[in-house]
Design a protein around this ligand. Structure first.
Ligand code: KIV
Ligand code: ZN
Length: 511
């Protein structure tokens, strides 16, 4: 029987700290539900004291999620710990996750504290958290650059104070796999009470070694890995959940450990995160990139036809790729459609299902083959713009090689119909200008990024457009999905403007 490695997902906390990846409470909840389907052990939902939005999001996730423990981050300060508990208390087996830096660089330059003061604060923090719950995790920030003697001393002290999980982060992604494994081994052999806690690791990817370091740590005694979907996270990101989990599954022969992750949910989780944050997945990304299971060269294809194991070390089905199957058609009934949504993990109100089904049928008229990804994109698009005050009613665009591109748009703003026109250097520029004339404050918005992606293969694929817009130093992201890339662009622009019009409720606030 192999030993279990616990999976602590921090997509909603560390992942969200990636610049531009902020999520609001509803988006966090949607991601949390997918993480629950994935069966991670712990979902770190946020850093409750950092902002009211963050607090609300952690509270919502803790209330809703029933199958995983939900964690909230706190510095080793009374007010952080109390606030974290307030957000978490309604959860199932909630976890308070405390941290304080332990490297000489951080203690001296960031905290201005002596090592003795750091031990004292860490112990006091853990004791306070342990009064609320027995599920207390403590992290030694920048452990990768901490002195080993000091690390052993503080780890022993926090375990004595009540920490049940001790996390060893390589905060700046500095260590090499053999070196990081050796650190874990030293802790396992030198800390007398180490067996009273689970040793966890949290590796950043600055040198591209986060997954390798996490696996090395497991070999030397770590039994929890902190990771994120698609490797999202501060700077170069965190260890990618899908890489750690699939490495353990694929190399059981030399890594006798298992996780409880339902690997068939990996692709859905990866795409949801990409759509929610607007962070594209590089095509050659391990496990979840568009090319991860594509075989281009003739020799490879010939081998694959004879036996898939010639070039495939894991099956597409094992990460949920084969479930991207052809789905319903335009003649499918409401019951079948609702059932398919349920199978895909969506629980939506009837009014939304009705609208999505109508869009699905319109799409089926235009697109030859429909896949689960088409449905996912429609659902996400509908959910994303559900509460938006701006609705695109009609759009007409003329562009080409000869004439100046022009666009005429009709939109509803809080139920009032408005019409406007604009011209530009290209069709999308003209559409944006038409909309700028209609939406108050849109003329002060700056476009930071525009990106278009095809949702599936094929010439008739739906376009998924992402725009990042900035106004008054506030940056938001808008998305739009449509068969027509120009319409998808208009939808994305309106979605971003709607976000800018709302009060800033996003949850992002780094540690
Ligand atoms: O990278 C890090 O050290 C962290 C801690 C707060 C766990 O994210
Ligand atoms: Zn981190």
């Amino acid at each position: 029987m192999s030993e279990k490695v616990f999976i602590f997902d921090t997509t909603l906390r560390d992942g969200e700290q990636s610049p531009g990846a902020s999520m609001n409470a509803e988006e966090k909840l949607r991601v949390a539900r997918q993480l629950e389907r994935l069966k991670v052990d712990v979902i770190e939902a946020g850093f409750p004291i950092s902002s009211p939005g963050n607090f609300e999001a952690v509270r919502m996730v803790a209330r809703e999620v029933r199958e995983c423990s939900v964690a909230g981050l706190a510095r080793a300060r009374n007010e952080d710990i109390d606030r974290a508990w307030e957000a978490l208390r309604e959860g199932v087996d909630p976890r308070i996750h405390l941290f304080i830096a332990t490297s000489p660089i951080h203690m001296q330059h960031k905290l201005g504290m002596t090592p003795d003061q750091v031990v004292e604060a860490a112990v006091a923090g853990v004791r306070r958290a342990a009064r609320y719950t027995a599920n207390v995790e403590w992290s030694a920030e920048d452990a990768g650059r901490s002195e080993m003697d000091f690390l052993c001393r503080i780890v022993e002290a926090v375990i004595d104070a009540g920490a049940t999980t001790v996390n060893i982060p390589d905060t700046v992604g500095y260590t090499l796999p053999h070196e990081f494994g050796e650190r874990i081994q030293q802790l396992m052999s030198r800390v007398p009470n180490v067996h009273r806690a689970i040793i966890s690791v949290h590796c950043h990817n600055d040198l591209g070694l986060a997954t390798a370091n996490s696996l090395s740590a497991i070999r030397h005694g770590a039994r929890q890995v902190e990771c994120t979907i698609n490797g999202l996270g501060e700077r170069a990101g965190n260890a990618a959940l899908e890489e750690v989990v699939m490495a353990l599954r694929t190399r059981r022969d030399i890594m006798p450990y298992h996780t409880d992750v339902v690997t068939e949910e990996i692709t859905a989780a990866s795409r949801l995160i990409s759509r929610t944050t607007g962070f594209p997945i590089q095509p050659n990304k391990a496990i979840v990139g568009a090319n991860a299971f594509a075989h281009e060269s003739g020799i490879h294809q010939a081998g694959m036809l004879k036996d898939a194991s010639t070039y495939e070390i894991m099956t597409p089905a094992s990460v949920g790729l084969a479930t991207n199957r052809l789905v319903l058609g335009k003649h499918s009934g409401r019951h079948a459609f609702t059932e398919r949504l349920r199978e895909m993990g969506y629980q939506l109100p009837d009014s939304q299902i009705e609208r999505i089904m109508q869009r699905f049928k319109d799409l089926a008229d235009k697109k030859k083959t429909l896949f689960d990804d088409d449905i996912r994109a429609l659902v996400d698009d509908e959910v994303v713009r559900d509460a938006d005050p701006y609705k695109l009613i009609r759009l007409h665009v003329a562009s080409g090689t000869e004439d100046t591109p022009v666009a005429a748009a009709e939109i509803q703003i809080h139920g009032q119909t408005q019409r406007g026109a604009g011209w530009g250097e290209g069709a999308i520029h003209a559409v944006f200008n038409a909309i700028v004339h209609l939406v108050p404050g849109a003329d002060q918005v700056r476009l930071q990024r525009y990106e278009v992606r095809a949702i599936t293969g094929g010439i008739d694929a739906q376009a998924d457009v992402i725009v990042n817009m900035e106004r008054d130093e506030r940056s938001v992201q808008g998305r739009g999905v449509n068969n027509d890339v120009v319409v998808a662009s208009a939808l994305a622009f309106l979605n971003a403007l709607a976000k800018l019009a709302r009060k800033p409720t996003e949850t992002r606030q780094g540690v």
